[in-house]
Design a binder for this molecule. Sequence first.
Ligand SMILES: [Fe+2]
Length: 496
Amino acid sequence: MVDSDFVQQDFQRRLREIPPQGMGLSVDVYSPDLFDLVTKLKERGLEPVYLEVFKATTTALTAVRRAVPDMALAYHGEGLWITQPDVQESPFFQQDVSEMVTQLNSMQSLWLNHECATKQMAGYSFGTYLPPLFTRLSAEVVAANIATVQQAMDRQVHRADETAPLFLLEMPPLTYFSAGTIPIPQFFRLVTALVPCGLVLDIGHLWTVYRYTAACRRISLDRFVQQFLDEFPLERVVEIHVAGLACHESVDEPKTGEGLPEWIDAHAAPIPSILFNVLEQVLAHSNLVSLRGVALEVDTKPIAMIVEEYAATVRRFSPLVQQTMSRGTGVEQLMGLRLRSASVEKPMCQSHRQQLRDDYARYAQIISGHAPVTGSEWQDVAAEATGVTRYRTSYLPHEILHWGGDLAEMFPQTCRTLAERSICLNEFVTFWFRSPRPLTHTYDFFLLKIERFLEFVTERAPDIRSCVQQECDMLRQAYAQVNELEEPVMEMERTR
Ligand SMILES: [Fe+2]
């Protein structure tokens, strides 16, 4: 059995190694150009205390480290799908962990932040984050996978002070629905009882939890946040994110007075003022005792908007953030604890793991429209089916056809020929989710689109295979060049 007191102490020991930061930015190297952004901020007399940088090539991250030698850096990881019961069996897991280790080392990162979400499950791939099943079994799997990643960091990642970065688990956004059998705060309580990880509380994600669970029909936002914070393991929150929200482009904005908007996580969009009220409420909560930083998440946002939003947020919140960070944690009493790794000592039994694999296979089939919305985890979703229907009929097709590479722009000649033959691109969405397939590459949605489109065209219009093959080759070549030269050739949308 896991000793939760020991887990808590181990967390405190690891937390001690992270100095309080303050207000920072969570950014992407390329979008917008990070060096441009830092320059523009400096011109306004603004210097974020820390930058949390999204996964990029190791060369790019090393260049960032060199460009801002005095600024603290943190790492926003990607691709370690720790919600998945079979992730450690993936042929690419070790490779992904090794890359993460290299990048954490080259950045001398404060921590590793990773979403509690996935873009791949049961042989199906998606372009944007899907939340885990909020169940007990799922929480155990998340904890076990985090323990493995933290152990790899303990062994292989070392900063100048000889300490290893801490795994921070970010509460994911909901995109219209959430499936599970336990409340989300309880899920994170189970995880943090099993592993000494920290947490990232994203204020916009919290808003989506209100919007896409029954809470928004029962209680006010203010009351929801209060109840949520009372139950969530707030004492483990090390970082807070604040980012924009917006209606997805496949969804119409509601008319004024028509209830809550169908906003989802949207980093390019302005941060709605309502989120700053929630931030105030979170910072005032007495359980928030481990905070080290508050970052605006601004990847893909225009630089001018970032500068304005950051300046205004620093003016309004800097003193409050400092006050919260200095609240004291009692950590001092825990000085001198032995260095020891906590881990989930009792491995999950095979039948439970298999059960969860089956649950995730059903999850993928339900959201892609290949299975009915049934099962204990899906009861609430079925009761308010507009959310999952919105995801399945608007959001997901848009993701496959347009997001992270628009098919008509990627394959102009092939798409023209398909249109002439009345082969609708929507058939590609059905093809994509027709059956699970083994992973052939570490996760890369752009390369996967190229691979799958080639297969689709080969099946539906075999005589134009050479045309699509040529377009695939050109795309792959350009993409490889981009990754080598570190210069974006194609506007690649990203989301977290
Ligand atoms: Fe976030």
